[in-house]
Design a protein around this ligand. Structure first.
Ligand code: PEP
Ligand code: MG
Length: 763
């Protein structure tokens, strides 16, 4: 039997099994039990059909009960009582290995194959030959389909291919819920009912809302083609539409940066790749619907590319995924467009760019990401906008369904999907408590952050986009200590023109009503990518071509921003600082450009900012050792603790695996910060700290104790930090730090925590 013939005959037989499933989903409405029984019947029918088609004594389906456990859900040939009784860990035995590696495995002699594990409950000892294929969808293994024979038998490539095709259909049916309820089974490993996911807190606040999937899950109801010819024509039509779309992108993108054009060219190369089309057509010939053919081909390409040693090829996987997704959308048509954001939307995504968050701010109550990082820019933006965020929430995109109720705790990092009444009730209490605390902070607005020993700390806020500005009044911030100008650039598709930039800066100064705003010039590079600026992939972007390095190498772009700042100030006071200065000359060069623009514009009749204050960010350890002249010539210094810490500990702030090992309260880091404060005081330059640590009460009082008199933080942190400062004596904090140092502690955190607990301080 030829491969296509074999697969096609099997699929024809399967189609009748599926027909019932489609009716049910259309609302023909079996109750829970009825649906469970039908789900089981479908599984039983599939194993019977496969066994007879492949002339095998055994066919079994194992589906994931949870992410790590496989359960025997149907069998033809093994003991019936073992169904739903036998469970395996992923990785265990041959079946577990297939699930783990997402690769087929065939052997003539299962018992002597390494990793074999005999399951006595099933009575499988009689069966020598074994072939299993993963049941997977979009790279996610949902289960394993197995065929066994008594005699030694070599399974042909065609048979394995036919099994993979059937496995594809099973995966689609599982995704569409066709087996739902068979003895409580979920859609193959996806959990139903209440689920708690412990992620990492990235932006605080507790919120109850409704799940909105950023990338809606596509459910394909017709995995098997009714008419192969018609399906071939649908595929051809969609492919043409896809190519048209990509050609359009190439055309529209002619004004884009090189990097962006290269990506589109790669898309075009894939879209016109004959091999891809041939594999898609073959999958359709085997009897699959065009959509499932795309998924099958994509799963195979994914497996090939993931195994490849070529990093370029592995990187392209994402592009190919995107292309396959686009092709499926062309097949499904427009009626499957993205659903609207529901009210109280909690955005659930694998990863999210800062721009996407800014674009939807105001309509999102919280964000939960499967990947992401606490110090990434999406998290910084979330904190700036006071949107609670949890990152590293494992499997959230798999376990959450659009419309599910969800509670997000941005303080502990816990996410409760479909919470039961007790959990939801407890969170409502917590939400009420947070509201009470906010009430207290509101009473502090207008009061100074003066410690018990009489030291006043100036608390300012970090900002970067228009929607931050209303927080200036609400939070009681004494101006903006860090305005991240690049955020405005990041949310755009093209470079904002000078006039647009100056209008924004002018508007920010208007909103500040005379309070100081410290504008930081563009800090792009690293994870802050502008699609319209040429960029090369760099092995170490955080230490690569970024921030002031880009500014000085691209003076045209840099000067345009400096002009916009001067024009926006329109004669008012203007404070400008340069990011990531590593050597003194970079500051002098940037300052000279700024002063040169101020002179030039003055000659052209534009009022000169009065005063024009120019400073630098201290974000690299080298700068802490720069000559005195640098400090004397700057009007102010602002310590960028986020970057300074990553370079001090050589630990990438974007990398969750290493980031958490080091912390701002470690004594060597505090000593560095203390010595910077000492130098600035001795040289008479004003100093502030604008990293994330400034917004945490314990860190904030430690910084104050080290001599920092200005702290800039996200607006929501001002209340808690002010409350803390007002209750401490900085002399006591210094004593705690000295004791920790004398005790040769690694970090001052335990000592500070103990001290604050003894004092009953509001940490
Ligand atoms: C810092 O590095 O501490 C900082 C404030 O800048 P950013 O987080 O934008 O790099
Ligand atoms: Mg920085």
């Amino acid at each position: 039997m030829s491969q296509k013939g074999g697969a096609r005959a099997l699929l024809r037989a399967l189609r009748s099994v599926l027909a019932g499933a489609a009716d049910e989903r259309a609302g023909a409405g079996a109750g829970e039990t009825g649906r469970g029984r039908k789900g089981q019947q479908r599984l039983d029918t599939i194993v019977r059909l496969v066994a007879s088609n492949l002339v095998a004594e055994v066919c079994s389906i194992y589906l994931k009960r949870d992410p790590r456990t496989l359960e025997l859900c149907a069998t033809r040939g093994l003991r019936p009582e073992s169904v739903h009784a036998v469970r395996l860990r992923v990785g265990q035995g041959l079946v577990g290995r297939i699930a783990e590696r997402a690769e087929p495995l065939a052997t003539e002699d299962a018992q002597s194959t390494p990793g074999f594990r005999y399951l006595p409950e099933t009575g499988e000892e009689r069966f020598r030959s074994f072939v299993g294929v993963p049941i997977q969808r979009l790279g996610e293994v949902m289960g394993v389909l197995v065929v066994q024979n008594e005699a030694a038998r070599t399974y042909t490539e065609d048979e394995i291919e036919a099994l993979e095709t059937v496995a594809m259909v099973i995966a689609e049916m599982a995704e569409a819920g066709a087996f739902m309820g068979s003895d409580g089974m979920t859609a193959a490993g996806r959990r139903v009912g209440p689920v708690m996911i412990a992620g990492t807190a990235a932006s605080d606040g507790v919120v109850e809302g409704v799940v909105h999937l950023h990338e809606p899950r596509l459910v394909l109801f017709q995995p098997i083609a009714e008419d192969v010819g018609a399906e071939r024509r649908r595929l051809g039509g969609a492919m043409e539409a896809l190519r048209g779309e990509i050609d359009g992108m190439v055309h529209d993108g002619s004004g884009l940066g090189l990097e962006h054009r290269e990506v589109i060219e790669v898309y075009r190369m894939f879209a016109y790749d004959k091999g891809w089309l041939r594999r898609l057509e073959e999958a359709v010939e085997s009897g699959l619907s065009a959509e499932v053919a795309v998924e099958k081909t994509q799963s195979e390409a994914r497996a090939r590319m993931e195994r490849s040693a070529d990093p370029y090829l592995r990187e392209r996987l994402h592009d190919l995924d995107d292309l396959a997704h686009r092709l499926i959308r062309h097949l499904i048509g427009d009626d499957h467009d993205r659903p609207e954001l529901p009210e109280n939307a909690v955005l659930v995504a694998r990863a999210l760019g800062a721009a996407e968050l800014i674009g939807n701010a105001g309509r999102i109550r919280a964000v939960v990401l499967e990947e992401g990082s606490v110090s990434g820019h999406a998290a910084i933006v979330a904190r700036a906008l006071a949107i609670p965020m949890v990152v590293q929430a494992e499997r959230i995109t798999r376990d959450a369904n659009a419309g599910d109720r969800v509670v997000v705790d941005g303080e502990t990092g816990r996410v409760h999907l479909r919470p039961d009444d007790d959990v939801a009730g407890a969170f409502r209490e917590k939400i009420a408590l947070v509201e009470q605390a906010r009430e207290v902070y509101r009473t502090l607005v207008g009061k100074p952050a003066t410690s018990r020993d009489g030291t006043t700390i100036r608390l300012r806020m970090n900002a970067g986009i228009r929607s931050d500005l209303p927080s200036l009044g609400r939070s009681g911030a004494d101006g903006v200590g860090l305005f991240r100008t690049e955020l405005q650039f990041m949310i755009r598709r093209s470079l904002p023109l000078r006039d647009e930039q100056s209008a924004l800066y002018g508007h920010v100064l208007d909103m500040a009503e005379g309070r100081e705003v410290v504008f930081r010039t563009l800090d792009i590079g690293s994870d802050k990518i502008l699609p319209y600026i040429n960029r090369r992939d760099e092995p170490n972007p955080a230490m690569g071509w970024r921030a002031i390095r880009v500014g000085l190498d691209r003076p045209h772009l840099f000067r345009m921003q400096l002009q916009a700042l001067i024009r926006g100030a329109n004669g008012r006071p203007l404070s400008v600082m340069f990011p990531m200065v590593s050597e003194a000359w970079e500051f002098y060069a940037a300052r000279d450009l700024l002063l040169g623009e101020a002179d030039r514009l003055e000659r052209l009749g534009h009022p000169r900012p009065q005063p024009l204050r120019i400073g630098f960010m201290l974000e690299t350890p080298s700068l802490a050792h720069a000559p005195d002249r640098l400090f004397r010539e700057a009007d102010f210094v602002s310590v960028g603790g986020n970057d300074l810490m990553q370079f001090f500990f050589a630990a990438d702030r974007e990398n969750e695996r290493v980031r958490r090992r080091y912390e701002a309260l470690s004594l060597p880091f505090l000593d560095l910060l203390g010595s910077i404060a000492g130098r600035c005081a001795a040289l008479g330059v004003s100093l502030s700290f604008c990293g994330e640590a400034a917004g945490r009460p314990l860190e904030a009082v430690a910084l104050a104790a080290l001599g920092y008199r200005e702290l800039s933080m996200r607006p929501a942190a001002i209340g808690p930090v002010k409350q803390m400062i007002r209750e401490v004596d900085l002399g006591e904090v210094r004593a705690v730090l000295d004791e920790a140092r004398a005790a040769e502690a690694v970090s001052a955190r335990p000592a500070l925590q103990e001290w604050s607990e003894e004092r009953g301080l509001p940490v």
